[in-house]
Design a protein around this ligand. Structure first.
Ligand code: NAP
Ligand code: GFB
Length: 349
C-alpha cells in the first residue's frame, strides 16, 4: 500500500513546475483554507525536495497546495527573509527540509558553518511557524546525530545519549537542537512540531561534488570521471564502514506520509531495514556495475572512514507501515547513475 497517494487531483497553483521559475515566482497569496492546506516545503530544490515534488505531481493529494522554496526565495538564515516568505506563501503547514548538508569530508572541514547555518535556519523557520500559528511543522534530523559509542540497533530514544561522531559534530549537534526546540515549543505553546530522522539518502538532484558530496553521489561522479579518463576509480577509506541507504523517492513518500498521518511529536526514524545495511565497498562495486566500469578500483586508506556504523532500527516506522516497499538498492542506484550521466552538464557537482 503506497501511503502517499489517494489518487485525487491536486492543484499545485502555489508554485510553477519548473524549480528555477518557482524560485523566482511571486505566488498568488495561496492562503490555506478549511478545505485546502498550503504546504511550504523549504529545501524544495534539493535532493529530497525535488523527489517530493515528483511524487506530488505524479500522484496528487487532494486538499494540498505546495510551495517548493529554494534559497532564491529566501535566505532562511535571515529571520526577516523567512517572515517575508511566510507572508507571501501563507502556509498552513511546513515541511522544513532546507539545511546546509554535506558528506563526511565537508563536515570534517566546515564544522562551524554546519552548526551556524543549520541552527540559524531551523530557529528562524520554527519561530516563524510559532508566530504565524503554523502548528504543523515537520523538520529533519539525521541518523548521524546518534551517539558514536552506543548499542545497536539505534532507536529514537537514544538521540542525546552521548556525543556524536566527532567528524560531523557541528551538523549533528545542530540537528539535535531540532528535537530540543520542538519539545520546547510544543510544551510552552501547544504546537505539534515533529521531526523525522532519515538515514543516508541518495538519488537524482543530489550534490555530486567529489569533495563535499555524500558517498554515493561522490563515488558516482568519481567513477564517471575514471571511466571517461581511463584512470583508476579511487574509493576513499577502507570500504569497511557500514551504512543504510534510502532512495530519495522512497524517503519523499515517507515524508508525505509523516506530514499527513504521523501524529506523534516524538521523532521517527525513516530508514530501510537493518538487514539492508551495506558496506562502502559494496556500494563501490554496485556503482562499478551500474556504470559498466572496467578499470582498476583502489581503496585510499589514507583518507578517513568516519563513523564505522550507525545501524538504526525502523521498528517504529514498521509499526505504522508494515507493508511499505523500499526500492531495491541496485535499481535505485541504476536509476541515479543513468540520470547523472544523462544530466552531467547541469547536475550539482
Ligand atoms: P540538499 O540536496 O543539500 O538541499 C538543500 C536544500 O536547502 C536546497 O533546496 C537549498 O536551496 C536549501 N538551502 C540551503 N541553504 C539555504 C538557505 N540558507 N536558505 C534557504 N534555503 C537553503 O539537501 P537534502 O539532501 O535534500 O536534505 C534535505 C533534508 O534532509 C535536510 O534537512 C538534511 O539535513 C536531511 N537529511 C539528509 C540526508 C542525506 O543523506 N542527504 C540524510 C539525513 C537527513 P538551493 O537549492 O537554492 O541551494
Ligand atoms: O555519505 P558520507 O560522506 O557520510 O559517507 P557519512 C562517508 C563514508 O563513505 C566514509 C566513505 O566511510 C568514507 O570513507 N567514502 C568512500 C566516501 N569514498 C567516498 C567519497 O568519495 N566521498 C565520501 N563523502 N565518502 C554523513 C554525515 O556521514 O551522513 C552528514 O557526515 C549526514 O552529516 C550524512 O548526516 C547523512 O555517512 O559518514
Amino acid at each position: 500500500m503506497d501511503p502517499s497517494s489517494n489518487g485525487a487531483p491536486l492543484s499545485i497553483a502555489a508554485a510553477p513546475i519548473d524549480a528555477a521559475a518557482a524560485a523566482n515566482a511571486t505566488p498568488a497569496a495561496a492562503a490555506s483554507s478549511p478545505t485546502k492546506t498550503v504546504v511550504l516545503v523549504t529545501g524544495g530544490t534539493g535532493l529530497v525536495g525535488q523527489a517530493l515534488r515528483e511524487i506530488v505531481e505524479a500522484d496528487p493529494v487532494e486538499g494540498y497546495e505546495w510551495y517548493f522554496a529554494g534559497s532564491k526565495d529566501a535566505d532562511l538564515t535571515d529571520a526577516a527573509a523567512v517572515a517575508a516568505l511566510f507572508d507571501r506563501v501563507k502556509p498552513g503547514a511546513c515541511l522544513h527540509l532546507a539545511a546546509y548538508v554535506g558528506g563526511l569530508f565537508a563536515n570534517m572541514t566546515h564544522r562551524v558553518e554546519f552548526w551556524r547555518r543549520n541552527v540559524a535556519m531551523q530557529d528562524a523557520v520554527m519561530h516563524c511557524c510559532h508566530e504565524r500559528g503554523v502548528r504543523r511543522l515537520v523538520s529533519c534530523l539525521s541518523t548521524c546525530v546518534f551517539p558514536d559509542k552506543t548499542t545497536y540497533p539505534i532507536d529514537e530514544t537514544m538521540i542525546h545519549d552521548g556525543p556524536p561522531h566527532s567528524s560531523n559534530e557541528g551538523y549533528a549537534y545542530a540537528k539535535r537542537m531540532v528535537d530540543v526546540q520542538n519539545r520546547m515549543y510544543n510544551s510552552q505553546h501547544g504546537h505539534e512540531f515533529t521531526a523525522v530522522i532519515p538515514t543516508n539518502i541518495f538519488g537524482k538532484f543530489d550534490n555530486f561534488s567529489v569533495s563535499d558530496g555524500h558517498v554515493i553521489p561522490g563515488l558516482i561522479h568519481k567513477c564517471y570521471l575514471a571511466k571517461k579518463n581511463g584512470e583508476a576509480f579511487v574509493v576513499s577509506g577502507s570500504g569497511k564502514p557500514l551504512r543504510q541507504f534510502v532512495f530519495s523517492k522512497d524517503l519523499a513518500r515517507l515524508m508525505l506520509w509523516t506530514l499527513r498521518e504521523y501524529k506523534e511529536t516524538d521523532p521517527i526514524i525513516l530508514s530501510v531495514d537493518e538487514e539492508d545495511e551495506v558496506s562502502i565497498a559494496d556500494v563501490a562495486n554496485a556503482i562499478v556495475s551500474a556504470m559498466d566500469f572496467k578499470g582498476e578500483v583502489v581503496f585510499d586508506t589514507s583518507r578517513a572512514d568516519g563513523q564505522f556504523k550507525k545501524t538504526a532500527s525502523n521498528k517504529k516506522l514498521r509499526k505504522y507501515l508494515p507493508d511499505f516497499k523500499f526500492t531495491p538498492f541496485e535499481d535505485a542506484l541504476k536509476e541515479t547513475v543513468e540520470w547523472f550521466v544523462a544530466n552531467y552538464e547541469t547536475v550539482r557537482k
